[in-house]
Design a binder for this molecule. Structure first.
Ligand code: PXL
Length: 276
């Protein structure tokens, strides 16, 4: 059985980060270890007065125990990280657990729709840039790509502009950048760049004009699971685009009740079926 570890916060209510990554990657038949980086009462996107317990100090202790046990992982996948100090500790985790025969996915969770998430600073952005340099795959959305590259946010970036962004993302030091939120006519999807072969690969589906929380985490979780299972870059992007789109579609009838996240649970059965 393949084994992944995902490192991100647990938002107790509101579907994102670990409450998405753990069920999605597990459903793909992959053992999924977790390191919760913080416990929040809710995610930070739209809820007032959320609590935030920082678990940064626990991460090196967890890592040290795992090293003593001789544990290893086929995939290491990081998402939302709450502070620059945490980014450095995760970077140390990569040094300790990264191997030639495993891979690292960094989803540089920092913002959406042209804005940084609450509480994030320039220092976090530069830490995330350094973390991306250590990853095999990075999965920024357009907002995060513009922060990483220090360029203006371009909501309407077309395929040609997206290719240019991907080439520049690879120059940060990551071989396989994947850009989400790419527009192509009336479609929406993701474009990936294999900087080793120079090839681009993308997947698109009908654009649904609906901003939902946690869709980036759904995409990154399915993508990580797919690569862990041996899918190639194009197949992983295709599966992640299709599943994320299915989750958004499944949420539309419930949209008033679930503005805090998508109904991905309704689609897990199909994800399992399509991997059989
Ligand atoms: O979905 C990304 C995410 C993860 N974790 C927390 C968040 C967000 C987005 O807002 O607030 C705590």
């Amino acid at each position: 059985m393949k084994r992944a570890v995902t490192i991100q916060d647990i938002s107790c209510f509101g579907k994102c980060s670990l409450t998405v990554a753990l069920p999605v990657i597990s459903a793909m038949g992959i053992e999924t270890a977790v390191i919760p980086t913080a416990v929040l009462s809710t995610h930070t996107g739209g809820f007032e007065g959320y609590t935030f317990r920082d678990l940064t100090g626990d991460i090196p202790q967890i890592a040290a125990h795992w090293q003593k046990l001789g544990l290893g992982f086929d995939a290491i996948y990081t998402g939302y990280l709450g502070s620059p100090a945490q980014v450095q500790i995760v970077s140390d985790f990569f040094d300790a657990f990264g191997r030639d025969d495993n891979f690292i996915v960094v989803d540089p969770v920092m913002g959406d729709a042209g804005r940084l998430y609450a509480g994030f600073t320039d220092e976090l952005v530069s830490g995330m840039r350094r973390l991306c340099a250590k990853a095999d795959y990075i999965i920024p959305n357009m907002t995060e790509a513009s922060l990483l590259l220090d360029i203006p946010y371009n909501e309407d970036a077309d395929e040609a502009a997206s290719r240019d962004i991907l080439r520049r993302l690879a120059e940060l030091g990551c071989r396989y950048p994947v850009l989400t939120g790419v527009r192509r006519g009336g479609e929406h999807g993701a474009l990936a760049y294999n900087s080793v072969s120079g090839e681009f690969t993308g997947s698109f589906c009908r654009h649904i004009d609906r901003q939902l929380h946690g869709t980036g985490d759904i995409f990154a979780s399915v993508f990580t699971g797919a690569v862990t299972l041996g899918k190639d870059l194009g197949e992983a992007v295709e599966l992640a685009v299709r599943f994320t789109s299915d989750c958004i579609t499944a949420t539309l009838p419930h949209a008033d009740e679930v503005w805090y996240g998508s109904c991905f649970e309704l689609c897990l059965g199909d994800l399992i079926d399509c991997l059989k």
